[in-house]
Design a protein around this ligand. Structure first.
Ligand code: C2O
Ligand code: CU
Ligand code: CU
Length: 438
């Protein structure tokens, strides 16, 4: 399995560089697919940054089309968020500069051009962004990039017979989102991964446009979830499978300490309303990873007390089949409209519901820029342990309701909130909040 090259911001004078280019790749023998990538034909480098660090990023857009680079999950001043307002025109460059102000987490970056996000991501623009901090650098968990700490970007894609990506062929692809019929892992179909014996850390990104994935192993081995979107859980949570939607991340530990060298297992990815894939074959080698036990505890999550909320908002996500409308609180995205103003320093609860009407039973998700939030409840019940940590994207199946709570700190400005099924986002299931001086 290819592992994206690592760019570590400790070196190179605290600077990172991304060049957005065209490329081509053979996903199938003898067929070539026109792609986009960051410093690469498809996907981009893993960027490793450090809490407290002053950072400089050089982004060059060599394409003949506009794009943006959004740092998904990063708490960053609005002007450097890379949302639809921060267009990098064809041939231009962009130079964000900010101080990393956030605990360790596995984030990612991708385009966010109004109406074009889904297509540009589909063609290959996405990469991982790791934040490290004192805890993550010293914890008793694997941390050697590509050896025992391995990025796993899961994406599904459909292709035309000639090899090109088949992006949006009908209104169905918009209303239900793109559900591809090939599973791509780190840019390759059904790769093989050799790992040392011991504890292995996989950083999973659901990098699909709109798919909900269930991840498990053929041998039904248990694994331990150690982190959700925005950071570590208080302790590892043992599971046999996990479900996550487009844009979400989970870090997991596998215990391969008792496997003889040469043992294989297969990661299975099942796509909601789609296929089942043998996604990744993992085989143990002779080498030994740094750790051979699952830690007892990780990093505390400080629960935000709902009593401290300054305000509660109702957010309804709706799919209306007639006219094919995708709305939040009855509205379609308008870049000139601010949907809500939030005083800096305030805490808010959002009660979000997926209101599926007239046979359109479509899942949605809610992603907020700027903040990490906590899930208070799902359909009135306490969420599963793996959903009780810091999150920036939450899945809402048809008819579901969740309550999230977040504190809007440090930065003022305009940020997006939207469904992370990218075809929904591109078709208007997005709004803007402005954090204003309190
Ligand atoms: Cu992953 Cu608004 O983005
Ligand atoms: Cu985002
Ligand atoms: Cu949606």
């Amino acid at each position: 399995m290819p592992v994206p090259p690592l760019q570590d911001a400790k070196f190179n004078n605290h600077a990172l560089g991304l060049e957005i280019t065209r490329g081509s790749r053979s996903f199938f023998p003898g067929l070539s697919t026109a792609t986009l990538g960051y410093n690469n034909d498809y996907l981009g480098p893993t960027l490793r940054i450090y809490n407290g660090q002053d950072l400089h990023i050089d982004v060059a857009n060599t394409l003949d089309e506009d794009t943006t680079v959004h740092w998904h999950g990063l708490h960053v001043p609005a002007e450097w968020d890379g949302g639809p307002h921060q267009v990098i025109h064809a041939g231009d460059s962009w130079h964000p500069e900010f101080t990393v102000n956030q605990q360790a987490a596995t984030l990612w970056y991708h385009p966010h051009l109004m109406g074009k996000t889904g297509e540009q991501v589909y063609r290959g623009l996405a990469g991982l962004l790791y934040i490290e901090d004192d805890f993550s650098l010293n914890a008793a968990i694997p941390k050697q990039y590509g050896f025992d700490d391995i990025p796993v970007i899961l994406q599904d894609r459909s292709f035309y017979e000639g090899g090109s990506f088949a992006y949006i062929r009908s209104g169905h692809d918009i209303m239900h989102g793109m559900l591809g019929n090939n599973m791509i892992v780190n840019g390759v179909i059904k790769p093989r991964l050799s790992v040392p014996r011991g504890i292995i850390r996989l950083r999973l990104l659901n990098g699909s446009n709109a798919s909900i994935y269930r991840v498990s192993f053929v041998k039904q081995r248990p694994f331990w979830v150690i982190a959700s979107d925005g950071g570590f859980l208080p302790q590892p949570e043992r599971v046999n499978s996990l479900i996550f939607t487009a844009g979400e991340r989970y870090e997991i530990l596998l215990d391969l300490s008792k496997e003889p060298a040469g043992t294989s297992d297969m990661m299975i990815v099942e796509q909601w309303a789609g296929n089942r894939y043998e996604a990744l074959e993992i085989t143990t080698e002779d080498s030994i990873s740094e750790f051979n036990t699952i830690p007892q505890t990780l990093y505390p999550v400080q629960p935000i007390d709902p009593k401290t909320a300054d305000r509660t908002r109702q957010i309804t996500m709706e799919t209306i089949s007639r006219g094919g409308r995708l709305t939040i609180n009855g509205k379609n995205m308008d870049m000139k409209r601010i949907d809500m103003q939030i005083p800096l320093g305030s805490t808010e609860i959002w009660e979000i519901s997926n209101n599926s009407r007239m046979m359109m039973q479509v899942p949605h998700s809610m992603h907020l820029h700027d903040v990490q939030f906590q899930l208070l409840d799902r359909n009135g019940e306490i969420p599963s342990p793996i959903e009780r940590g810091r999150k920036d994207t939450v899945l809402l199946m048809p008819g579901e309701q969740v309550r999230i709570i977040s504190k809007f700190e440090d930065y003022t400005g305009i940020y997006m909130f939207h469904c992370h099924m990218l075809e929904h986002e591109d078709h208007g299931m997005m709004g803007q909040f402005e954090v204003i001086k309190g």
